[in-house]
Design a protein around this ligand. Structure first.
Ligand SMILES: *Cc1c(COP(=O)(O)O)cnc(C)c1O
Ligand code: SF4
Length: 335
């Protein structure tokens, strides 16, 4: 057993990796031998949503390949300046669905908590890229009020920790939140929406596994990988540790032009997920967020791709193609 004081006094390895994420597009290009090959966007757009990518994630990119599917997800291409009709700042209407502070409730039985605005990586297609909450923790100030609201709503049986990425919070903070949620008798499930096991697998360490093993709640973790190349040995180890700790693992992806919009990539992703005991859950059609027009794949092509991959995969490895539509009672299935 590692003494508790160590948790308080020393930075955990993942916190060091998080502090050392690459933020300079030139540095990223240099590492990949792509200096002068690609131009990044500049000025206000990049300042508002800067490049941010963990070193381990860069290590999984192919050197010298400007079309690398991981690079495409994080590099602020000049295309972001292009204004595309229908691509707006709040495409899923989340700003409207905030009921109590920090709680987003759109669907029956489950409440989504915006635990933090911060992420380890900045995905250029992210629908939250224009959100006003910055790096702040929207829950910090009124946590008791949030717990009260969850306690008062007896229709709820599941709490979803989301963000940003909830796993950038310290284990002390997370364990405290989970302890408070556990006290609410009608809550059965704790769901965690996170990209960290994929982009910063160091995060899945002893301390995290410890509080996860101890909770009475049924823990479901929904990770986010878009391409098989994102899942290397370190990620595999993190995911297997989570499973051993009793966590059910699902994956959601976004269908992205130039990243995974072909049969081969989607089949390889599902196969790789299956290798590491993760079930494909959703394949999201892109939310039309301003600056992400260059990732757009049409509904028609999405449907065709799903029909194709069905021929190569067992049914349980075919993700559900969905879109988020304002005012609907669930994600909207597309085929
Ligand atoms: C996507 C989402 C959920 C989860 O939906 P499931 O279909 O249960 O995965 C819950 N709340 C909000 C606000 C969401 O956007
Ligand atoms: S990790 Fe998730 S929330 Fe964060 S930028 Fe990427 S897609 Fe958005």
């Amino acid at each position: 057993m590692i003494p508790q004081t160590q948790l308080i006094d020393t930075k955990q390895a993942w916190q060091i990796a998080l502090a050392n994420v690459v933020k300079d597009p030139k540095e990223l290009l240099k590492q990949l031998g792509l200096t002068n090959k690609l131009t990044s966007i500049d000025g206000e757009i990049i300042n508002k949503f800067p490049l941010r990518v963990p070193q381990n994630y860069i290590n999984k990119m192919r050197v010298g390949d400007e079309n690398d599917p991981l690079l495409r997800q994080v590099f602020p291409f000049i295309d972001e300046a292009e204004q595309v009709e229908g691509f707006v700042n709040d495409p899923v209407g989340d700003n409207l669905a905030i009921s109590s502070p920090g709680i987003l409730q759109k669907y029956h039985g489950r409440a989504l908590l915006l635990t933090t605005g911060a992420c380890a990586i900045h995905c250029r297609y992210c629908f939250r890229r224009h959100f006003p909450y910055g790096d702040s923790n929207p829950l910090a100030k009124q946590w008791q009020q949030t717990v009260q609201a969850l306690n008062n709503d007896h229709h709820l049986n599941e709490v979803i920790l989301s963000g940003g990425d909830p796993l950038v919070l310290t284990d002390n903070k997370l364990a405290k939140m989970v302890t408070d949620i556990e006290q609410i008798p009608h809550i059965k499930r704790l769901r965690i929406h996170t990209r960290l096991p994929i982009v910063l697998p160091e995060r899945i360490d002893y301390f995290l596994l410890q509080w996860m093993k101890e909770t009475r709640l049924n823990v479901i973790m929904v990770v986010h990988a878009n391409h098989a190349n994102e899942i290397d040995d370190a990620v595999e180890k993190a995911l297997l540790d989570l499973r051993e700790a009793g966590c059910q693992l699902l994956n959601q992806s976004v269908l992205l032009k130039g990243v995974n919009d072909d049969v081969e990539s989607l089949v390889a992703l599902s196969e790789r997920l299956s290798d590491v005991s993760v079930m494909p859950y959703y394949l999201h059609l892109l939310d039309p967020v301003a600056g992400a027009g260059h990732f757009d794949v049409s509904d028609k092509k999405g449907i065709k791709l799903i029909d194709e991959i069905r021929k190569y995969l067992p049914g349980y490895l075919v993700p559900r193609l969905v879109r988020e539509q304002q005012g609907e009672a669930s994600k909207t299935p597309i085929n």
